[in-house]
Design a protein around this ligand. Structure first.
Ligand code: FAD
Ligand code: NAD
Length: 471
């Protein structure tokens, strides 16, 4: 039986980062993962690298280039004749990126002396892990500490049985080999909007059915309203308050019955994507048998140090809930590793950045006005439209704005909300400022290079005290 200081179960962004950090800190570390690629080979990287963040961004970039050449390049004097989209080439590029990055993690494991154990892990006791590789290979490992990072799986609805041919989840929607003429999507969350954008840019007629009456209900209301308008302008038919009541696959088409404020509706599509959230993955782990407690939604319960009900077993990433984001899981991995090494690492969930990679991008950190109102916190807001930014004009990317929210009494930054080109990068400045408990004035007094999109963040911070220069 092989003995380790730490056994990490799951090699996604939470688990692989935890394993590398543990090894850097001198712990003998193994990382067990069961992910198999299309060729039946074991791969690290979890959902994020294999069927999540990375492949979706590869397709978003490819489809954006196509859409840009088709609809916007002419404004720059660029004429394209016979523009064609080679979907197979786009998918091959995506697969190559995934392969390179997942192999990169194997390389990092070697460099840091993390042992990659392949197979399905099952807890036997608080220190023993059984690892099975079908058909009949079974190994036993023991670890002084265990870190569970088994991630999440897509939620499937009983009325939309996923067959990965006509009714697919995000994994299926990343792998279409042809552009569906009519594409239905259930759920206008991050996945619905990102993958809806990909296929819409390539020519699909996309209809997104969202159950809630509000669009991006957890985002800033003004940014959400702007984003809805912009995405509709791009051709996404986003229907709010739409409840799917039945689906049926018939002669290669999916018939969808749904109900909205106008009454019962019908829609026929070539493919239907179910993108209604993800659920914790504890399948086959046997965690409860060794004393790990789950909450009512199946997430592993942890304390502020990400320790489960069993003191030497920790859990991180999607499987413990909270924001289901790769960077949140990775930071939890670092926190647990450093605490195991005796350090006093802390992590603030107040400054987790959120990004939706539509075009323009939507990004935010901190609280919205509605959250502050419900907490009874008085605030002031400064905003600046990209329309008034010289760089945005030069780039031809003028839609969107930056909104900076600061506490009325102290001027402390409470939230920054952006819709605009490169919002995913611009938000980093706001995260740093908030993490350092900066004020709107701090942001307003920092010199920003000209001409850059970041000047819009600067101007929005100036606008908090009504002293923006360019509006
Ligand atoms: P996972 O990445 O799910 O990894 C868990 C790993 O554990 C898997 O490899 C699994 O095989 C393994 N495992 C599970 N059980 C066992 C077991 N018993 N034995 C052995 N191995 C096991 N997040 C972002 O921050 N930015 C994005 O842009 C983004 N885009 C996304 C796009 C899509 C289409 C999807 C689906 C998700 C996206 N996410 C994004 C979310 C992100 O992928 C997850 O938050 C992240 O992968 C969670 O990391 P994790 O390590 O907790 O779990
Ligand atoms: P989500 O929670 O972001 O959105 C799901 C949407 O589906 C919600 O708007 C919800 O109201 C709606 N919905 C739920 N049930 C419904 C029903 N029966 N009918 C119609 N609508 C329904 O989930 P997702 O888009 O599936 O993404 C899953 C996870 O992956 C999220 O937690 C997200 O954080 C993560 N993710 C992140 C990114 C990113 O960071 N850019 C990208 C993709 C995914």
């Amino acid at each position: 039986m092989e003995k380790y200081d730490v056994i990490v179960i799951g090699g996604g962004p939470a688990g692989y980062v935890a394993a590398i950090r543990c090894a850097q800190l001198g712990m003998k570390t193994a990382c067990v993962d069961k992910w198999l690629d299309e060729q039946g080979k074991y791969r690290l990287g979890g959902t994020c690298l294999n069927v999540g963040c990375i492949p979706s961004k590869a397709l978003l970039d490819s489809s954006h280039h196509y859409y840009y050449l088709k609809t916007e390049a002419h404004a720059h004097g660029i004429r394209c004749q016979e523009l064609q989209m080679d979907v197979a080439a786009m998918q091959a590029r995506k697969q190559e990126i995934v392969k390179t990055l997942t192999q990169g993690i194997s390389g990092l494991f070697k460099k840091n002396k993390v042992i990659h154990v392949t197979g399905q892990a099952r807890l036997i006791s608080s220190t023993e892990v059984e690892v099975t590789v079908p058909p009949d290979k079974v190994d036993m490992l023991t670890g002084t500490s265990l870190i569970i990072a088994t991630g999440s799986l897509p939620v499937h609805l009983p009325i939309t049985p996923v067959d990965q041919e006509f009714i697919v989840d995000s994994t299926g929607a990343l792998a279409f080999q042809q552009v569906p003429k009519q594409l239905g999507i259930i759920g206008a969350g991050a996945i619905g909007l990102e993958l809806g954008s990909v296929w819409s840019r390539l020519g699909s007629q996309v209809t997104i059915l969202e159950a809630l009456p509000d669009f991006l209900s957890f985002a800033d209301r003004k940014i959400a309203a702007m984003a809805l308008k912009e995405l509709k302008k791009q051709g996404l038919n986003i229907q709010l308050g739409a409840q799917v009541t039945a689906t049926q696959v018939e002669q290669g088409q999916v018939q969808i019955n749904y109900q909205n404020a106008q009454g019962p509706q019908q829609l026929q599509v070539d493919k239907l994507v179910v993108a209604v959230g993800r659920r914790p993955n504890t399948e086959g782990l046997n965690g409860q048998a060794v004393g790990i407690a789950l909450d009512e939604r199946g997430f592993i319960r942890v304390n502020e140090h990400r320790q489960t009900a069993v003191p030497n077993i920790y859990a991180i990433g999607d499987v413990i809930g909270g924001p289901m984001l790769a960077h949140k899981g990775s930071e939890e991995g670092i926190l647990v590793a450093e605490r195991l090494a005796g350090q006093k690492t802390e992590l603030s969930y107040e400054t987790v950045p959120w990004v939706i990679y539509t075009h323009p991008e939507i990004a935010w950190v901190g609280k919205t006005e509605e959250q502050l109102q419900s907490l009874g916190i008085e605030y002031k807001v400064g905003q600046f439209p990209f329309m008034a930014s010289g760089r945005a004009k030069a780039q031809g990317e003028v839609s969107g704005m930056v909104r900076v929210i600061a506490e009325a009494k102290t001027d402390r930054l409470l939230g920054v909300h952006i819709m605009g080109a490169n919002a995913s990068e611009l938000i980093a400045e706001a995260v740093v400022s908030m993490e350092f408990e900066g004020s709107a004035e701090d942001l307003a007094r920092i010199i920003h290079a000209h001409p850059t999109l970041s000047e819009a963040v600067h101007e929005a911070a100036l606008a908090v005290e009504g002293r923006a220069i360019h509006i």
